[in-house]
Ligand binder design. Structure first.
Ligand code: SAM
Length: 286
């Protein structure tokens, strides 16, 4: 990291800088956020697009750096977020297209990129109430799946996503892209298997695990009356016994055809919207 700038260092006085060189140390530090190590060291991540940056600021996320392409200069909304960034002690970078392409690793980049502080909701802070639904993911590996699940959880009104064990990073560029902004709306928690099972015991949730060998049709489960956690297995190996055996229900989504399972994000969407249908008391009508 360069001495005069760290993507994750809080700043007291906001500044605006013009940067045109790919070898500029600030640009190098921002590019390091495409790697997990860079994100972990700085505690920050990158989100592309003006709408996402505006949404994030409205939802109270802390912006460390705003990067915009020269072509976006003078646009009222860009000026507004730049003013907010400086006012909150952040850095504003005006860059050329070459720099913004290299930061986002895209040929046709977004004109605006925000660097935000990561936020994780501690497991102990989740005290679920009756009508809440959570998604718990066991060792999710694919960033596209995780992003799609966070986006779907948002759309289905879920209250959070819990990552169990060694999961892909919700703040990677690929995952953030796939969330389409929902990463700013859905609280994400991480936990070990033991921490999760301990929390499950204390919190009184109905743990509905999905499993290809599940004994219960997912449509026949009571999703009301208690907070629900929908637990989903790893893409390759499914749920391990130590998690599946602790579930209150082992649900199966009946399938036809030759596919042996549904894609993880698709299965999660099916479960989330079924739980939502029960919670909203929607009756099937002909
Ligand atoms: N080969 C894996 C296995 O044996 O479980 C397939 C995993 S599947 C791609 C990923 C996850 O999606 C599963 O662990 C389960 O949570 C969920 N899933 C996919 N299809 C399902 C189905 N028909 N019924 C219940 N859960 C399903």
């Amino acid at each position: 990291m360069s001495k005069d700038y760290q993507a994750g260092t809080p700043r007291r006085v906001g500044q605006v800088k013009e940067v045109t060189s790919l070898t500029n140390p600030i640009v190098k530090d921002i590019k390091a956020l495409t790697q997990k190590k860079g994100r972990e060291e700085s505690g920050t991540f990158m989100a592309e697009g003006l709408k996402l940056v505006i949404d994030a600021l409205e939802l109270g996320w802390t912006i460390r750096t705003l990067v915009y392409a020269k072509a976006a200069k003078g646009k009222p909304l860009v000026e507004k977020v730049a003013t907010k960034t400086v006012a909150s002690g952040g850095l504003v970078l005006e860059v050329n297209e070459k720099v913004i392409s290299s930061i986002t690793r895209r040929d046709n980049p977004q004109m605006v990129v925000g660097i935000f502080e990561q936020k994780w909701r501690p497991l102990r802070d989740i005290q679920p109430s009756e009508s809440q639904t959570f998604v718990a993911l066991d060792r999710v590996r694919d960033p596209g799946n995780l992003g799609t699940i966070i986006r779907t959880a948002d759309a289905a009104g879920a209250s959070g996503v819990i990552l169990i064990g060694d999961c892909t990073d919700p703040f990677s560029l690929e995952t953030v892209r796939a969330t389409m902004g929902s990463v700013f709306a859905v609280p994400v928690t991480r936990a070990s298997v033991d921490e999760f099972l301990q929390w499950k015991k204390q919190s009184g949730v109905n743990l509905v695990a999905t499993h290809l060998a599940g004994s219960v049709d997912y449509r026949t489960i009571a999703y009301k009356g208690k907070p629900v956690v929908l637990m989903m297995g790893n893409e390759q190996s499914g749920l391990p016994e130590e998690l599946a055996s602790k579930a209150d229900r082992l649900a199966r989504i009946p399938q036809q055809g030759r596919a042996d399972s549904l894609n993880l994000a698709v299965a999660t969407a099916v479960m989330l919207f079924e739980a939502r249908r029960h919670l909203l008391d929607l009756e099937l009508r002909t």
